[in-house]
Ligand binder design. Structure first.
Ligand code: NAD
Ligand code: ZN
Length: 348
């Protein structure tokens, strides 16, 4: 039997790059399953680790196998595993939670204060095999869902968690940032019956993609103001629901300005700590602002599986696929800004 595997690691704390190395296949604990990877998707977090951004320097202990977005087949189950079966098609939640804190016990595991990230604080899944706790496994029974889509359930879950935090039916929505997650949010808002979906970005190619996903209006904020599209769309009093998905301070500031009184904002984008906004807008317009981290365990997973099964289509967001051995090309593509989600294929 094979005892070693290929894996993509941040091997040393150096700027730029990752290494493809041969390492031992992980041994599963009693409550874990061994997943044989089919496809994995590259996330902005992986790019931060690749480039060795300040956050990564503070957070990643090398050597570390990175990656957390995956789909694969269960190859082996630990002896205490009950629900998950060998041979099942699975993806999984990338946040490991303690299971015993107040929030975990009340069914709010996404609010666990001990959250640990796969591929960040703990061995990741950019490898031929990965050991994952049974509690984190999400099995896929619908055979019609494409593997590439399943491999993106983690970021799709970010978009679903943010968008479903608010009632979108008949509402005017603003999504700032047409990255992969913002683009998925467009499809979700449309699926849920939003009236208008306005999307902003600074990259024309991404705004084109937003149109394809169903945006009612797209705004290049370098040259246009968000409000300029309101008359044509019949928006008289401002935006009802804002989904911040750029992490850009200007985008957040613009959003606060165009919100309707009593409007609601979901903050997913990682905004810099020193971002300044006009607090008068927040207070006098009585805005509700909700921070979003990860996915609700496992309500978000349930909802997204159901929505994908009933017609939510995110396939246009997945633009490239590479053999895992060509990971350098895959990362370059992702970093170019000219892609949506980029997939690594492990089924050579
Ligand atoms: P991304 O970086 O690919 O997309 C961000 C987009 O925002 C880009 O297309 C960029 O051109 C655009 N942008 C830049 N400046 C802008 C401006 N002034 N106005 C409008 N758009 C602007 O990121 P992604 O992978 O789609 O993720 C979206 C955000 O969510 C990122 O900030 C990411 O770090 C964050 N994130 C948060 C969580 C969480 O749990 N909170 C999880 C995943 C990702
Ligand atoms: Zn907990």
């Amino acid at each position: 039997m094979k005892t070693t595997m290929n894996a993509i690691l941040k091997n040393k704390p150096t700027f730029g790059g990752l290494e493809l190395l041969e390492v031992d296949i992980p041994k599963i604990k009693d409550d874990e399953v061994l997943v044989k990877m089919k496809k994995t998707a590259i996330c902005g977090t992986d790019i931060n680790i690749y480039e060795w951004k300040e956050w990564a320097q503070r957070t990643i202990k090398t050597p570390m196998i990175i990656g957390h977005e995956f789909v694969g087949i269960v190859e082996e189950v630990g002896k205490n595993v009950k629900r998950v079966k060998k041979g099942q098609l699975v993806t999984g939640e990338g946040h490991l939670v303690c299971g015993v804190c107040r929030n975990c016990l009340k069914g709010g595991a996404h609010l666990c204060r001990e959250t640990v990230g796969i591929g960040v604080n703990k061995t990741g899944i950019f490898a031929e095999y990965a050991a994952i706790p049974e509690a984190n496994i999400w099995a896929i029974e619908n055979e019609n869902i494409p593997l590439n889509v399943i491999s993106c359930f983690d970021p799709l879950g970010n978009a679903v968690h943010t968008a479903l935090s608010f009632d979108l039916v008949g509402e005017d929505i603003l999504i700032t940032g047409a990255g992969p997650i913002g683009l998925m949010a467009v499809a979700i808002a449309k699926h849920c019956g939003a009236r208008n979906i306005i999307v902003t970005d600074v990259i024309p190619h991404r705004l084109e993609m937003a149109k394809k996903m169903g945006a009612t209006a797209v705004i290049d904020v370098r040259t246009e103001k968000i409000e300029d599209c309101f008359p044509a769309l019949g928006i008289k009093e401002g935006i009802d629901v804002g989904l911040e998905m750029s992490g850009n301070p200007h985008a957040f500031r613009d959003m606060v300005r165009v919100m309707h009184h009593g409007g609601k904002i979901g903050l997913l984008g990682l905004i810099p700590q020193d971002t300044v906004i006009n607090w008068d807008d927040v207070i006098f317009k009585c805005l509700e602002i909700k921070g979003i981290y990860g996915r609700e365990m496992f309500e978000t997973w349930y909802k997204m599986t159901a929505m994908v099964g009933s017609g939510l289509d995110i396939t246009p967001v997945i633009t490239h696929e590479f053999d895992y051995k060509d990971f350098e090309k895959a990362f370059e593509t992702m970093m170019s800004g000219q892609s949506g989600k980029v997939i690594l294929n492990w089924e050579a």
